[in-house]
Design a protein around this ligand. Structure first.
Ligand code: GLU
Length: 511
């Protein structure tokens, strides 16, 4: 296998602006970025928009927003200004292919002059019929090289007449092409399976293959790291470099993303857009950490990495060939770790948009208002409520559902749910009254979960009660749910007034 060239590293991502940024795209972005930063090289962004029919308005802006969200910035290429406009920086521009058409014209002329490319005047209809016939005869669809040997005069005449045409690559016949891949080693392709593919389209736009090679060369790209769906294109690229007489960059094809059944990841398995993941409440650090592990590991047991650790430890030697399984449970697990580790202030910041979107709370500069009741709630009180769920939720979008009951004055539930399985209605009423008394007497400054726990355990012992017969109705009265955080934490987070009101309400339900 080739030795990695680590001098003047210049790598790029070359997205086509055809839609949203998917998880697989983000993996390619991340690996290129980590690699560039690891070797103190440059990370470029190039927009491959030569297929005008597939262009989606806003796709470039969306890509740049995702990069901004991930704190990944290009050293060269397009970026977003503060007011949301797309500008470019760097000495090798333009970085958007549709603005480089004259460059491709010059280079196609070079290939025509070297007789490595030729004009093809076949009509769309002819090519379609050819294709249909081949499919009918179970042959691989391939151009039949009709125009490959047109004479110079024939070509000139047709060009003068303004005949529509494309320019094709003159594929060497029956030649083995060796593609050396930093991850996979040598892959050998034979040209008999390749056809004289199009380099320049009838609309004077280059095809992906042609523009990609010209630009990687002119932008002095040292390594091409991309998804393995591009492996089949690599021999075409290698031959183009040879035709131009240019040195090739090194290739590294990243492993495919698979679902748990080890099939190609589909939308249904979670191959959603990055914005979907962000909206579901995955933290940036967690998502990037998880994605870094989709095809790479440091060769140790470590699974949780800071971004700097990823930059320090990332190496292509540890990127594997085999497909990488996308395991949402693992993402949830990593996300949970980052949620638990976030500071109180950060968690409140993270929670805000989800609580607002669910219309639970309204945040303004100096006030937080509970929408249902119109009451305001202090940040310290809200933090106490958030702390209840911090170690229980998997993602931020679980929060509104998880804490909604804490902010409501309308807990509705069937009264019998308050009764512990080994208890009865009368006993439950007696115990709730006991609790009411206890909380009434408890001083504000002692209203914390540790104190409440110690006191209630003592109360249970002194009165010789079954623990469940008191803690179950308390927990139910405070939460109105079968599952919730423990009763002591709930009482402490609700505070004295609400705790008393909820116990009283439970008693009312039972009477
Ligand atoms: N434009 C291609 C894409 O959309 C780039 C592939 C490559 O990196 O060569 O992914």
């Amino acid at each position: 296998m080739e030795k990695l060239n680590t001098q003047n590293v210049r790598v790029r991502i070359a997205p086509s602006p055809t839609g949203l940024v998917h998880i697989g795209n983000l993996r390619t972005i991340l690996y290129n970025f980590l690699f560039a930063k690891h070797y103190k090289g440059n990370f470029l962004i190039r927009i491959e928009d030569t297929d005008q029919t597939r262009k989606v308005p806003g796709a470039v802006e969306n890509l740049l927003k995702v990069l901004e969200w991930a704190n990944i910035s290009g050293d060269e290429g397009p970026y977003l200004t503060k007011d949301g406009k797309v500008k470019e920086k760097g000495d090798f521009g333009p970085y958007t292919q549709s603005q480089r058409l004259d460059i491709y014209q010059q280079h196609i002329q070079d290939l025509l002059d070297k007789n490595k490319a030729y004009y093809c005047f076949c009509s769309k209809e002819r090519l379609e019929t050819l294709r249909e016939d081949q499919v009918k005869n179970k042959l691989a669809p391939k151009y039949d090289n009709l125009c490959r040997d047109l004479s110079k005069d024939e070509v000139q005449t047709l060009l003068k007449q303004g005949a529509p045409h494309v320019i094709r690559f003159r594929m060497p016949e029956n030649k083995d092409v060796i593609c050396d891949d930093l991850i996979r080693g040598e892959i050998i392709f034979n040209t008999k399976n390749l056809d004289d593919y199009v380099l320049m389209k009838a609309d004077n736009f280059p095809t992906y293959h042609f523009a990609n090679i010209v630009d990687d060369h002119l932008m002095k790209i040292t390594q091409v790291m991309r998804g393995d769906e591009w492996i089949a294109s690599t021999p075409k690229h290698v031959l183009l470099y040879e035709a131009f007489g240019w040195q090739m960059p090194q290739f590294a094809h990243l492993p495919q993303l698979l679902n748990k059944q080890r099939k190609k990841l589909s939308k249904r398995d979670g191959d959603s857009s990055v914005s979907d993941f962000v909206e579901s409440g995955y933290l940036k650090e967690a998502l990037l950490n998880f994605i870094a592990l989709l095809g790479w590991n440091a060769g140790t047991e470590q699974e949780v990495y800071t971004f700097d650790e990823l930059i320090n430890q990332f190496s292509l030697d540890n990127v594997h060939k085999a497909g990488a399984v996308f395991d949402v449970d693992k993402l949830d697990w990593i996300n949970g770790i980052y949620i638990r580790e976030s500071s109180e202030a950060k968690f409140l910041e993270l929670a805000k948009p989800y609580l607002e979107k669910a219309e639970l709370l309204t945040f303004s500069d100096n006030k937080i208002v509970i929408n249902e009741t119109g009451e305001s709630i202090k940040p310290t009180e809200l933090n106490r409520i958030l702390a209840l769920e911090k170690s229980r939720i998997k993602k931020l979008s679980d929060l509104p559902e998880a804490i909604g009951f804490m902010l409501s004055n309308n807990l509705g539930y069937p009264a019998e749910n308050l009764i512990w399985k080994k208890s009865d209605k009368e006993q439950t009423k007696v115990n709730l009254k006991l609790l009411l008394q206890y909380f009434q007497d408890l001083k504000d400054e002692s209203f914390n979960s540790e104190k409440i726990e110690v006191d209630l355990k003592a109360l249970i012992q002194q009165n010789n009660l079954d623990t469940g017969s008191i803690l179950w109705p308390l927990r139910y009265a405070l939460s109105g749910r079968d599952k919730s955080p423990g009763p002591f934490e709930l009482a402490s987070a609700l505070g004295k007034d609400k705790t008393l009101a909820r116990i009283q309400k439970a008693l009312d339900f039972l009477s």
